[in-house]
Design a protein around this ligand. Structure first.
Ligand SMILES: [Zn+2]
Length: 451
C-alpha cells in the first residue's frame, strides 16, 4: 500500500559547483548574507526552469499523453537533487527524514508525524490572525531576506514555447521571477516554497497569475505524490509574503480518498463538487477546457473568500488535476475561546497539510495515542458549520458565475450589487478589508491571537 519515491541523488549540483553555484552573488559587496534584496542581487545568478505553456487547443491532448507517464520527470529530479544538496550543506534546522511517521489505522488512513522540534525553531507569526488580507510590511521577515543558497531555482513560463533549463541564469530584477526555495523547517522530504514574483513583495493573497503558476508547477512535476498547498492569513500562514508550499509524500492523503458530490459545471467545463463524509467541509475543482479555466475558477473563488475575510486553505492534488478549497474558522474559534483546552494543548496548527490528513504532531503522547477519532475531532473544529458553509458556498458561486459571465462577454444576469465583484481582485489589501461583508461574518469582532 505504501508506495515509494525514488530518492534522487544530487542530479544538477555538479555543474553548479563547477560554475560557482552557491548562489554566485556579489561576494565582495552586499549585506553579507548574499540575500535577494538590492544589496546583494546585482549580478546574482540562479538556475532557471522555464516551463512550456500550452495553448488551450493542444493542452487537452497533451494532458492525455502526460497521463500515460513520462519516464523521467526533469522537474522532480531538479527539485529533489537541489533539495538534497541543501540538506548535505546543513541548511535545514533539523533532519526531517529522522522524524517518525505512521499511517493511523482506520477508514481514511490519516498520516501522523512526530515533529517535536518544528514549532520551537519556527519563524514566529507576527501579525493579527483576524484579517485575511493585510498589506505587505517590508520590516517583517520576507523571502527577499533569505540567503541565495536557500533558493533552488527560478520557475517561469518559457518565452519561446519550449521547456528549457538554464543552470546559471541571471535574475531579471525588472521582471521579477518566481523562485523555488527550501523550507528550512520541512515537514516532509522535498519540502519547498514557491514564491511568485518574489521581488515584487506581494502579500499573502491569491490572484489569478500566481495561482496559475502554482498549478503549472503541479502539472510540470507530474508526480501525484507532489502536492502544493496554500494557507491564507488567518488559516495558519505564518509569513505575509505570497508563497505556496509543496512536498512529496508517498501516500494518498485522506482528503483525496473522501467521496464528493457534484454541485455544478461552469461554462468553462470546470466541475465543482462538495466533499462528503470528511471532517472539514470543502469544495473540489476539476476539469475545464484548459488549465487557465481551472486556475481561474479556483482563484476567483479564493478572491471571493479573501474579500469576505474568510480564512481558507487550498490543496493542489493529482498533478494539478484536482484542487481542494477549504474555508476554515479554527483561529477565529481559538481567539474567541471556543476551542477546548484538550485540543489547544496539542498545539497543532491545522493548516493545509493537517486538513488534508497529514497530521504534524508536536507531543509524543499525541503521536502515540493518534487515532482516526482524534484526527477527526480536531479537524471537525476547523470546519465551518453546515449552515455557515452553505452561506459561503452561495457567496462563492455568486462570485464565480458573475466573473465567468463577464469574462465571456455576455451581460451579467446577476444583481447589480454583485456586478462589480471581479473588480475587487485588483484592489489593495486595505480597500478589500473595507469591502468585507460584516453581515456574513460572525467573527467580525476584533480579535488578535498572539502566537
Ligand atoms: Zn543583502
Amino acid at each position: 500500500m505504501m508506495l515509494k519515491i525514488k530518492r534522487v541523488p544530487t542530479v544538477v549540483s555538479n555543474y553548479q559547483k563547477e560554475e560557482g553555484g552557491d548562489g554566485g552573488g556579489n561576494r565582495s559587496g552586499g549585506c553579507g548574507r548574499n540575500c535577494l534584496r538590492s544589496c546583494c542581487i546585482q549580478g546574482a545568478k540562479l538556475p532557471l526552469y522555464a516551463f512550456k505553456v500550452e495553448s488551450a487547443a493542444v493542452e487537452k491532448e497533451l494532458s492525455m499523453t502526460r497521463m500515460k507517464g513520462t519516464p523521467v520527470q526533469f522537474l522532480d529530479s531538479l527539485l529533489l537533487g537541489e533539495w538534497e544538496d541543501r540538506m548535505q550543506k546543513g541548511l535545514f534546522r533539523y533532519d526531517v527524514t529522522a522524524c517518525e511517521t505512521k499511517v493511523i489505522p482506520g477508514r481514511y488512513g490519516f498520516i501522523a508525524q512526530l515533529n517535536e522540534g518544528r514549532h520551537l525553531k519556527k519563524r514566529p507569526t507576527e501579525f493579527r490572525v483576524d484579517k485575511v488580507l493585510q498589506p505587505f510590511d517590508g520590516n517583517k521577515f520576507n523571502f527577499t531576506k533569505v540567503g541565495q543558497e536557500e533558493v533552488l531555482f527560478q520557475f517561469e513560463a518559457s518565452e519561446d514555447g519550449e521547456a528549457q533549463f538554464f543552470p546559471n541564469a541571471p535574475i531579471d530584477v525588472d521582471n521579477s521571477p518566481g523562485v523555488v526555495a527550501i523550507n528550512v523547517s520541512p515537514i516532509e522530504y522535498g519540502h519547498v516554497l514557491l514564491i511568485p514574483r518574489i521581488l515584487e513583495c506581494l502579500p499573502q493573497r491569491i490572484e489569478g497569475e500566481s495561482f496559475l503558476l502554482a498549478l503549472h508547477m503541479a502539472v510540470e512535476a507530474g508526480n501525484p505524490y507532489f502536492r502544493l498547498g496554500y494557507n491564507s492569513l488567518g488559516a495558519f500562514a505564518t509569513i505575509n509574503h505570497l508563497h505556496f508550499q509543496a512536498y512529496y509524500l508517498a501516500s494518498i492523503f485522506p482528503i483525496e480518498k473522501a467521496p464528493s458530490r457534484k454541485i455544478s459545471t461552469l461554462g468553462s467545463g470546470v466541475r465543482i463538487s462538495e466533499l462528503l463524509d470528511y471532517p472539514v467541509r470543502g469544495l473540489v475543482f476539476e476539469g475545464g477546457n484548459s488549465l487557465l479555466n481551472l486556475a481561474n475558477a479556483v482563484s476567483e473563488s479564493c478572491i471571493c473568500l479573501q474579500d469576505n475575510n474568510i480564512p481558507f486553505n487550498v490543496l493542489i492534488s493529482d498533478s494539478g488535476k484536482r484542487i481542494f478549497l477549504l474555508p476554515q474558522c479554527y483561529a477565529e474559534k481559538q481567539a474567541l475561546g471556543e476551542v477546548s483546552t484538550e485540543l489547544l494543548d496539542t498545539q497543532v496548527n491545522p493548516a493545509v497539510w493537517e486538513i488534508s490528513g497529514h497530521m504534524v504532531l508536536k507531543r509524543k503522547e499525541d503521536y502515540e495515542g493518534a487515532s482516526e477519532d482524534n484526527a477527526w475531532r480536531l479537524l471537525a473544529e476547523v470546519s465551518l458549520s453546515e449552515e455557515r458553509f452553505e452561506e459561503v458556498k452561495a457567496l462563492v458561486f455568486e462570485a464565480i458565475s458573475c466573473a465567468s459571465t463577464i469574462a465571456s462577454g455576455s451581460p451579467p444576469d446577476k444583481t447589480v450589487e454583485s456586478a462589480d465583484k471581479p473588480g475587487t481582485a485588483n484592489n489593495d489589501a486595505d480597500k478589500a478589508n473595507q469591502r468585507s461583508h460584516p453581515a456574513v461574518l460572525p467573527g467580525s469582532r476584533e480579535c488578535v491571537v498572539l502566537q
